[in-house]
Design a protein around this ligand. Structure first.
Ligand code: NAP
Length: 277
């Protein structure tokens, strides 16, 4: 990297714990360098007990903004001045912008998801979809799709949590249902794994592969080929992993911080290079 850090360099980064595995520094620094922006993106490991000081420190140090990752996406909320509508619904913040000492909280996962579908040539309008999970990622995806799809089913290991998400989304579209019956999966155009089952190869499948049918779109938010995606491929489904969503949630954060159109191609190359390592 040929970036020159000097007294005018503007600071961005990511706070998480752990954070060493993050792919975002390469992605954002490549974009800053390509556009000749005097910005820098750092990975900052913040222990849970220090989150308050870290967020307040963003103001004190004059950071432009940061991404927020596990386990701080909810914990930062009390220290944010203004939370946008989408992040409020999701109940989690993945991007903070410092606007002259006021911290604004966003969640860019839903926009990243929609943009990644667009790139795959997929228009979810009128589709019937099944979302597996009810955590932050499922809420982001549900919110981004709720006005577009004709019907949405939510399935989650912990029923109360799944039901609660379905009830909240139903207020925005009456065709949202919590389900315990995975047979509905067979009628869905798209099945989205928004659980963390699949992060490790030894994890159980989030849904039995027998429910998948040929021609369905199976989207796993995890950014690698998971056992679910391998099974889906065997069944003749169109499979998508979470790399595109990761890229586009980052591109959206870049847009929020800089007001500049992100060089998505450069960001993707940096991301794929790291994923190949
Ligand atoms: P979270 O808030 O902790 O929620 C985890 C969800 O996974 C819950 O619904 C949980 O069910 C379910 N779950 C966990 N282990 C399971 C298992 N063994 N079987 C069935 N369900 C299980 O996490 P999150 O932030 O939503 O993240 C979920 C996944 O999305 C992660 O893998 C993350 O890497 C991915 N993600 C990707 C992107 C991207 O840009 N590609 C962005 C955000 C997240 P319970 O309610 O029953 O616990």
């Amino acid at each position: 990297m040929n970036m020159e850090i000097n007294a005018s360099t503007r600071l961005t980064g990511i706070i998480g714990y752990p954070v060493r595995h993050s792919l975002s520094p390469e992605m954002h620094n490549a974009a800053f360098e390509y556009l000749g922006l005097n910005y820098c993106y750092l990975a900052m490991e913040v222990k849970p007990e220090n989150i308050k000081y870290a967020v307040e420190g963003l103001k004190a140090l004059g950071f432009v903004g940061v991404n927020v990752t596990v386990p701080h996406k909810q914990a930062v909320i009390p220290f944010i001045d203004v939370i946008d509508e989408e992040a409020k619904f999701i109940g989690a913040i993945n991007t903070i912008k410092n606007e002259q000492g006021r911290l604004i909280g966003y969640n860019t996962d839903g926009k990243g998801f929609i943009q990644s579908l667009k790139e795959e040539g997929i228009d979810p309008s009128g589709m019937e979809v099944l979302i597996l999970g009810a955590g932050g990622a499922a809420r982001a995806v549900g919110y981004s799709l709720v006005h577009k799809v004709s019907r949405m089913y939510i399935y989650n290991r912990t029923e109360e949590r799944g039901m609660e998400l379905a009830v909240r989304l139903k207020k925005m579209n009456p065709e949202v249902f919590f389900t315990k019956n995975l047979d509905y999966c067979k009628v869905c155009d798209m099945v989205i794994n928004a659980t963390s089952a699949g992060l490790k190869d030894s994890d159980p499948l989030p849904i039995d592969a027998d429910y998948l049918t040929q021609g369905q779109i199976v989207y796993d938010l995890i950014y690698r080929e998971t056992p679910l995606l391998r099974e889906a491929k065997q069944k003749g489904c169109k499979v998508i992993d979470g790399t595109g969503m990761l890229l586009h949630q980052g591109a959206e954060a870049f847009r929020i911080w800089t007001g500049v159109e992100p060089p998505v191609k450069v960001m993707r190359e940096a991301l794929l290079k790291r994923l190949r390592e």
